[in-house]
Write a protein that binds this ligand. Structure first.
Ligand SMILES: Cc1cc2nc3c(=O)[nH]c(=O)nc-3n(C[C@H](O)[C@H](O)[C@H](O)COP(=O)(O)OP(=O)(O)OC[C@H]3O[C@@H](n4cnc5c(N)ncnc54)[C@H](O)[C@@H]3O)c2cc1C
Length: 456
């Protein structure tokens, strides 16, 4: 089983590598491997009734399979170098933006046409933020929504499946070299390719760590982002979300000068559980479909922590804090902002009387028992800063869910072509530690494909 190119991972990075390669050179023999199912077979068994919590399926349908971790995401496609990864460090700002626009165009051709593109350019909000100690980051945001995102992925799969060989439910366990070629293994089977693109995302981080160790590829630790998801009546944030859909806003705390940022805004959306390796954290979604919209907007407030020496395990630190919240709340904890400020727990009665109706069934509790003081102080300061541009944010009945954790992969040592020290072995997408978003991961896939095709 010899191929020109092996691609490990069918998330956005792997998909757009396969797309660009097969589009430009149909003669190439390409195989894509993913530990999860094809899109139509991806169903999380948690239904809230019969199955309430994670039952640890052999492959998690939320994180694994065609479409990768973003398959059921809100599909916010951010075209910017200001956040979502540091791809521009490797390939330059202009190329990174050009490739993100290129992928957006492909998404539009494949079912995304008609979805809205928002932009921070020329908004009055930017000035208002500056006047209140906040910084609004520049971006164009295509909002596909969970429903259209799925349609786009299905169309891309239909286009690719006759040109590229897909191997689903195939977890690659081992990668080694066979002369100048790369050989990947799953169980008793093995496949050989002249070049290999690894795009295993967050869920493949442990495996990739081993590959780097075995092949002597240098890595360094990355940061972890910790915080809460805020939920409030949609009207309070409509001044921001109506114009921008998502505003990425950064605040530097007065007390510690720590940056706190908003992340993943979901106007009229829902708060959801997220399961990362058995640890339950919080996230958010929203839908394009009017009938699925709610009365609330949610977004995360996150503080970054980066450890170096002697403790290097930033992700381990984040996991421990998430585990603590799971221990106290049996999952995600929810607290009214007014209760947090008064130093008391939100109990079921206080939650029942709360005017903001929660969209996630979380355990009422006390986040101050979970989050380190410095992080919590930063979040509280930011809520008051946001209250100045969106009055009502600091209301007693604003809900805080915890904890939200964004884990990042270790950074793999790569050159400007995203190639490792081994010729023909590329690492792209979130697995590389270079990207943290749909747009950057997809762009990295196109970039490496063009390099292999000799087009860049
Ligand atoms: C709930 C949620 C919502 C999100 N919302 C957004 C959003 O709105 N906007 C945004 O920009 N980003 C969002 N993200 C982040 C975004 O999904 C990721 O940045 C993006 O999917 C990264 O793409 P990737 O191809 O690098 O990796 P992934 O999408 O993680 O894909 C990696 C694939 O590799 C496979 N794999 C892993 N290990 C192996 C192995 N050993 N063998 C075979 N296959 C393997 C996995 O099964 C997976 O399918 C969200 C993430 C989540 C979890």
């Amino acid at each position: 089983m010899n191929y020109d190119i092996l691609i490990v991972g069918a998330g956005p990075g792997g998909i757009f590598s396969a797309y660009e390669l097969s589009q430009n050179d149909p003669s190439l023999k390409i195989a894509v491997f993913d530990a999860g199912h094809e899109l139509s077979r991806r169903h999380c068994p948690i239904d809230g009734k019969r199955i309430k919590t994670c039952i640890n399926c052999p492959s998690c349908s939320i994180m694994n399979g065609f479409g990768g971790a973003g398959a059921f995401s809100d599909g916010k496609y951010n075209i910017t170098n200001d956040f979502g990864g540091t791809l521009y460090h490797y390939i330059g700002r202009d190329t990174a933006l050009e490739l993100m626009h290129y992928v957006d165009g492909i998404n539009m051709e494949n079912g995304g046409a008609g979805t809205q593109m928002y932009s921070t350019a020329g908004t009055s909000l930017k000035r208002k933020c500056m006047q209140n100690g906040l910084q609004l980051l520049d971006a164009s945001v295509r909002h596909l929504g969970t429903d259209i995102n799925y349609v786009v992925l299905q169309n891309l799969y239909d286009r690719l499946k006759d040109r590229v060989e897909f191997h689903f439910d195939t977890r690659i366990t081992f990668l080694d070299m066979d002369g100048d070629n790369y050989r990947i293994h799953a169980g008793d089977e093995a496949w050989t390719g002249k070049q290999c693109i690894i795009s295993v995302g967050r869920s493949g981080s442990k495996w990739l760590e081993r590959v780097c160790h075995d092949l002597d590829i240098a890595t360094k630790s990355n940061r972890v982002d910790l915080g809460v998801r805020v939920e409030l009546p949609a009207e309070i944030f409509s001044g921001i979300t109506d114009e921008l859909y998502e505003g990425k806003i950064v605040y530097r705390t007065r007390k510690f000068e720590d940056p706190v940022r908003t992340f993943c805004m979901n106007p009229r959306g829902i708060v959801v559980n997220e399961n990362t390796n058995g640890i339950i954290t919080v996230n958010g979604h929203s839908f394009e479909d009017e009938s699925r919209k709610t009365a609330n907007t949610n977004f995360a407030l996150l503080v970054s922590k980066h450890f170096s020496d002697p403790f290097k395990d930033s992700n381990g630190y984040g996991e421990s804090i998430a585990r603590l919240s799971n221990m106290l709340g049996g999952g995600v904890i929810v607290q009214r902002f007014g209760d947090l400020e008064r130093g008391r727990r939100t109990n079921p009665k206080r939650l029942e009387e709360c005017t903001t109706r929660p969209t996630l069934n979380a355990t009422p509790g006390d986040l101050s028992l979970v989050l380190p003081k410095r992080i919590l102080d930063g979040i509280i300061e930011m809520i008051y800063a946001l209250d100045k541009i969106a009055p009502g944010t600091a209301n007693d009945d604003t809900l805080l869910y915890g904890v939200e954790v964004k884990f990042y992969n270790m950074e793999v040592a790569l050159d400007e072509h995203l190639e490792t020290s081994h010729k023909g072995l590329y690492v792209i997408g979130d697995g590389s530690g270079v990207t943290h978003s749909l747009s950057h991961a997809s762009a990295s896939g196109v970039y490496v494909a063009r390099r292999i095709l000799g087009l860049s």
